[in-house]
Design a protein around this ligand. Structure first.
Ligand SMILES: Cc1ncc(C[n+]2csc(CCOP(=O)(O)OP(=O)(O)O)c2C)c(N)n1
Length: 563
């Protein structure tokens, strides 16, 4: 039977098992919206297209499935670009469908025309303009396949209006393969044996886990390796949750705002197993002094990320899960003759001592509420079981430091791009996927104002997301840099002119609370978390609190400023 392009497109989404689309209509996609009520998936009408792409991204991070967003041409499409770049930097599988002007008008500066394929080329894994209805089903199929396989990432499909109106036979392409695209999933046996030997010989081994552990689902294998072989673990921001944050072998995050123990460990390790991590500059600090005593092993599915930032000794191109399970089999054999408890005992004692000398801490007893205290309370009250989305800045770092993530996919944060305004719509996406879970957006007073309009989306879809604003009246992270490195010249970072966040919440039909005293933090959070509706908790925190430890940009990891 012949279907219209719009129907074919929606049939494809059905075949892909999509259950929610985050979107915003417009002239170029009106044919799709006209058909939408006939299809089984839910459409979430956001209030700004940036909200749609971040929500799709949050849904993808929380579930591990592909997130989907649908917007119109021109401004609808360009409004998604920040979110596309956010997903690209963090390797998140999302598929973005953009309307486009009719094919005969493309290139004519038609009303609401932009070359979104050109604009997003550097920040998508791949993108398509569908020029012929014959290619439509296959293109959608490929887009999902590319987004979720190999190193995941955003894929954009541009859909001209006339193609959505034409008719064609719908045939679902069962198989998909792309000749030039063959991600290397299986590790090379010789390399695995080499790594196993290095582990056997190492006296001071360290695991440095990144987001690739989570996206490949290798948490169990990683945990097995660490615990069975008695190897301490640190992680990037993206790797938080890959290893239980309450385990004695857990050192905390490393890098610019990493723990003393993690940074000292990487500085002294003789073997570093970097797994699904990309040696970001926020992690390495000064590259020439990074892990100076270690043999570096790098396991990553993307060959182009190996040797990109740091020269590694043993590259291993593979899916992290298959690499770690192959390594597990090798190590199981060796474990028959080696007592790892004993062989790494001195090293583990040493790193634990570093954790004891300089734990994550903050100065207590001031008249102000400390933001770290608020995050600790969020952790306690939620039992460590919440999904935490953050904005960007100090709020993000305090969440990463003081919430002990026990489970992967429970920390949603813009790591690579550092996108303010990410957290709240991402939390909406996660809450959509897990309606019964506690989802908390830890926010700054600056960031929350970047996508606060999505409160209407949360309210009208009964999504009980909790926003906890660590309100310091500043663009805090920038102010911290100004304080430490720019002679306290707080130029344009004071944000004390703010809306009344309680009234703002109420204006949208949500609930709002303000907390100005430490003793009220716990009861108010408890009350807020118990409410079955969206809530803003505006906590007035110490305006000049800083995030420590801190490695100044470009310094060595051992040059930490401590509390
Ligand atoms: C879209 C965007 N614009 C600018 C920045 C630069 N930036 C990084 S952190 C920060 C301050 C964030 O302030 P706030 O949201 O109040 O959080 P705080 O650091 O106070 O917790 C800024 C402006 C950014 N990361 N993203």
């Amino acid at each position: 039977m012949e279907l219209t392009g719009a129907q074919i497109f929606l049939e494809c989404l059905k075949k892909e098992g999509v259950d929610v689309v985050f979107g915003f209509p417009g002239g170029a996609v009106i044919d799709i919206y006209d058909e939408l009520p006939n299809y089984p998936f839910k459409h979430i009408l956001v209030r700004h297209e940036q909200g749609a792409i971040h929500a799709a991204d949050g849904y993808a991070r929380a579930t591990g499935d592909v997130g989907v967003c649908l917007v119109t041409s021109g401004p609808g499409a360009t409004n998604t670009v920040t979110g596309i770049a956010t997903a690209y930097m963090d390797s998140i599988p999302v598929v973005i469908f953009t309307g486009q002007v009719p094919t005969p008008l493309i290139g004519n500066d038609a009303f609401q025309e932009v070359d979104i394929v050109g604009i997003t080329r550097p920040c998508t894994k791949h993108n398509y303009l569908v020029k012929d209805i014959k290619d439509l089903a296959f293109t959608v199929r490929q887009a999902f396949y590319l987004a979720r396989t190999g190193r995941p990432g955003p894929v954009l499909v541009d859909l001209p209006k006339d193609i959505m109106q034409q008719k064609f036979e719908f045939v679902w392409p069962e198989d998909v393969s792309l000749r030039s695209y063959n991600p290397n999933l299986k590790p090379h046996t010789r390399q695995i044996k080499k790594v196993a030997k290095l582990i056997e010989k190492a006296e001071r081994p360290l695991i440095y886990a990144g987001g690739g552990v989570i996206s490949s689902g290798a948490e169990d294998e990683l945990t097995w390796l660490a615990k069975s072989l008695n190897i301490p673990v640190t992680a990037t921001l993206m790797g938080l949750g890959a290893f239980p944050g309450n385990d004695p072998l857990w050192l905390g995050m490393l890098g610019m705002h990493g723990t003393y123990a993690a940074n000292m460990a990487i500085n002294n390790a003789d073997l570093v197993l970097a797994i699904g991590a990309r040696f970001d500059d926020r992690v390495t600090g000064k590259v020439s002094t990074f892990a100076p005593k270690a043999t570096l092993v790098h396991i990553d599915i993307d060959p182009t990320s190996i040797q990109k930032n740091v020269a590694v000794h043993v590259p291993l191109v593979a899916d992290c899960k298959s690499a770690l399970s192959a390594l597990k089999s090798e190590m199981e054999l060796k474990s028959k003759s080696i007592d790892w408890e004993v062989s790494h005992a001195v090293w583990v004692r040493q790193v634990q001592e570093w954790s004891e000398i300089h734990p994550l801490r903050y100065k207590k007893g001031s008249k102000f509420i400390k933001p770290q205290f608020v995050v600790e309370k969020v952790y306690e009250i939620s039992n460590g079981d919440a999904i935490i989305a953050t904005e960007v800045g100090q709020n993000q770092m305090w969440a990463a430091q003081f919430y002990k993530f026990k489970r992967s996919k429970s920390f949603l944060s813009s790591g690579g791009l550092g996108t303010m305004g990410y957290g709240f719509p991402a939390a909406i996406g996660a809450q959509m996927a897990f309606p019964d879970k506690l989802v908390v957006n830890i926010a700054g007073d600056g960031s929350i104002q970047m996508n606060i309009q999505e409160m209407m989306t949360a309210v009208c879809n009964n999504l009980p997301v909790k926003i906890v604003i660590l309100n310091n009246g500043y663009l805090g992270m920038v102010r911290q840099w100004q304080e430490l490195f720019y002679n306290r010249n707080y130029c344009e970072t004071c944000m004390d002119a703010q809306p009344d966040f309680v009234k703002l919440a109420e204006a949208y039909g949500a609930a709002g609370f303000r907390v100005t005293e430490e003793k009220d933090v716990e009861p108010v959070l408890k009350e807020a978390f118990a409410l079955n509706k969206p809530v803003i908790v505006d906590v007035r925190v110490d305006p000049e609190e800083n995030v420590y430890p801190m490695v100044p940009a470009g310094a060595s990891l051992t040059d930490m400023l401590l509390v």
